[in-house]
Design a binder for this molecule. Sequence first.
Ligand SMILES: [Mn+2]
Length: 331
Amino acid sequence: MPTPPKDPPKAAQDILGLLRAARTVCVVGHIRPDGDCIGSQLGLALALEGCGKDVTVWNQDPVPPKLKFLDPDRRVRRPSAGHRFDVVIATDCAALDRLGDAARHIGDRGAFVNIDHHASNTRYADINWVSPREPSTGELVFDLCNWAGWKITRPMADCLFTAISTDTGSFQYPSTTPDTLHTAADLVERGAGLGRICEEVYQSFPLTRVKLLRHVYSTFRLTHGDRTAYFWLRQRDYSRAGAATDESEGLIDHIRAIDGVEVALVFEEMSDGVTRVSWRSKNPAVDVSALAKALGGGGHRAAAGARVQGTPLGVQRRVLSAVRKSLDAAR
Ligand SMILES: [Mn+2]
């Protein structure tokens, strides 16, 4: 059964007006793209190509191997200089700096549009359609297609289903709503290959990632009366596993899943002396996006991240003490 129609908010109406008049459109996404980012970028790009637009899809970082099946024609390219676009659309991107290199090459444009679901979104564009109630940007793109009357083809359905599935933890996170499930069902009816998608995204880990996981299981620590779990990923852990840095995505879920753990954390040593911190919260009273925001990052109540300057131990102390305060306040 199709999702009952909602009315487009003003921002979505404005976006549709802009797109109707546009000839050239660039769809940009965030650095270290995840399934929601790539799925939303490609789903929207295919929709726009379907109605005759000249579409460019840019991401500073490559499509992760497990998502390559969504982009057989290699539409996602590295940003480059010397382009002019009628409309530039950022999908799933909470802040301008998250666009990385792409931000430098989208200056020559008619209008800039921001379609996102992060509560921390800084509303950096000319038109900002930010809907934090949605568990994924993919659902916003789905709604946009329906309001526009664009046909959702099978490849688009694959992209949008992947976007929704990955950002809801396969429909497990509490952010998942009845609408999310209706939308997912609608996409499967339109041909989204549920089996193929799950096989590619969840059942095809490279051995190098499993070696990283072995590191996680053998080194994770519990603290705060076992309510907090965390681990470190240092440069040498990646080289020992032979893994690329983007293979750390999702490792945090393995410690998040421990019974009794309310907050899970990953500390990642970046090459530039910065520590990348990721938070997950299973306690609705612990808003990790607030903790991330205090350190210059952002995200959602249950999943957030920040890049923090300082010595590794110093960063760990600051972060864990803020988590402890938040857990104490949530009692
Ligand atoms: Mn997302």
